[in-house]
Design a binder for this molecule. Sequence first.
Ligand code: TRP
Length: 340
Amino acid sequence: MTKPIILTGDRPTGKLHLGHYVGSLKNRVLLQNEDKYEMFVFLADQQALTDHAKTAEKIRESIGSVALDYLSVGLDPDKSTIFIQSQIPELAELTMYYMNLVSLARLERNPTVKSEIAQKGFGESIPTGFLVYPISQAADITAFKANYVPVGNDQKPMIEQTREIVRSFNHTYQTDVLIEPEGIFPKNESAGRLPGLDGNAKMSKSLGNGIYLSDDADTLRKKVMSMYTDPQHIHVEDPGKIEGNMVFHYLDIFAPEENKAEVESMKEHYQRGGLGDVKTKRYLLEILEAELTPIRKRRLDYAKDMGEVFNMLKKGSEKARSVAGQTLSEVKAAMGINYF
Ligand code: TRP
């Protein structure tokens, strides 16, 4: 029996933070270790270039750091194929063929692309590559015949568009070479989007409100101690608010099962008055430390030999290339452009 295939990727545009960790990395590692799936994880550098063409060095730098983030959370190159998108030219070739099956109007309707265009301020100069990236994403997914694609909620339109392309291709060329993937989305909104340390709805590099997987113990401590709580909670004995208090929000997300009861009684105590922010922050810090210490250790270990990290990426890319090449020849045969 062949195992169902899981594929997922990230744009390498900076180091990964706790939001990435609870939103997807942690779950990927669990899926990997279930041993029931064949797993592909990749660095979508070509997609990142669609809006960073002139700052390509940022993408290049991020390849090493995101690869370290992957390895340090427990993605294991012996179990998962980890590769770099740009090293698989077959993906670009598939994109060419799929482009003929998608109208410009359909691309312009993609809600995620629409909001990204507004947010990035392209004005009248939307790069063509940016507009078509959902098609290239369909190539990423179908080249590996992925059955499942675990991604954030913002990626729903990409999965939908991929499914349309698969149906259109299989119908047009009367074939079944392409597989319709299913998205796996975060179950609850809180895991889908981790707010920043300052209480902003989103943890992001540009807002400077993130905890990074690569932060050392001292940085983590300073960040937790500076978290947004309840500005009205001035004296320890004052009653405090839980809603919008990042310390309690993070405790809800990160506290392990055996700490849940204690967290609930801390919430009551805090609301009653008499529980200080320093105490709640120290408590959260301990929980985060327990989660992040092994990650930090693995990172330091891997970082000693970046040559080996790139070697792992190279091997993963070679394996990925042979899988994508097989799909590409089936696609060309289905289209009847296998002349020789
Ligand atoms: N668009 C995804 C993101 O921004 C990255 C990505 C590119 C991807 N190709 C993919 C994710 C294929 C899943 C499958 O996070």
